[in-house]
Ligand binder design. Sequence first.
Ligand SMILES: [Zn+2]
Length: 371
Amino acid sequence: MKELLKSLVQADTTTDKGELAAAEIISGHLQEHGIEAELTCWDDTRANIVAHIKSTGQRPALLFACHLDVVPPGQGRWKYPPFSATEEDSRVFGRGAADMKGSIAALITAVEQFTAEEAELKGDIIIAAVAGEETDSCGIKRFVKDYKDKLPPIAGVIVAEPTNFEVITAHRGLLWLEVVTKGRTAHGSMPHLGVNAINSMRLFLDEVEKINLASEKHPLLGGCSMSINTISGGKAVNVVPDLCSVKFDIRTVPNQSHAEIIEKFESVFSQLKKNNPEFDAEVKVVRDVEALETDKDCDFMKDFRSVVDCKETITAGFCTDGPFLAGLGAPIVIFGPGNDELAHKPDEYIELSDLKKAVDVYKKIMTEYNR
Ligand SMILES: [Zn+2]
């Protein structure tokens, strides 16, 4: 398993490089253990890999969801090269070691051991390792599109992100919006001949602050938040700008409609247009991930919590691909080895003892759903 993890970390799967190399490593490893997997590749380097281990179908299936991609190593200094997968002090260091190639290596090992030990499965086990979780969730969206008609009834979905073996059942959603105001250039000395896009943005920002996004506060996740985090506009000090762009990071709570938020933005546009006929703006969705909330007391979660010995579930500060699987109609839980606080930072690592523990726990979960 350690070698599998190392080769996965060494396969640089930042968005530019794509996920194909890691998907091929997994496919080869599974094949050596007699498990077939389906590799889907697009745009030359992007890839999903799905292993569907069939059973007698007496019980509903378990779906494990992972992501193959990693975030770039960043500007910070690394003790070891980020794609070297250096082992030291019973840890493997490298980008993705915790988020989440450690989890993938453990899961692949668990399913290989489990299927070798069990003569017959009662419920299917499906492992989907997908592209693009860190950027646009292209992989999970493709998985749902390609597989939703092929999947058996599912008992539960386990998103194997690093949670330090804590059980996460909820996180806020994410809606990133870009607003662009459009104007008309003119010489800076004759601004009345143009339409100043930065002025239009100023008008919009004054109004957008008045939008009340704070729907009911969620008991575990708190309220919705909105932050304006980038702004750009104007080319030269003597030219009236014809474009200005602002990006919003909005974090939503469960059951809050993202479409409604966009409509509110658009209604501010119409309002402003009434008083300023030359006002022109549009809103684009940069990224859209719904919030997640799973009933920790549903049947699946009761069983799951007892298998992993969890008293209290927690919420996550980060987003996952989980909400994209909501359409499958199964409870979704986030659970895996590794410390999420190490994710996206220099000197990311995973403890080898955590990997071992993860193999055991994942096997225990598979056993529970095959009894
Ligand atoms: Zn992750």
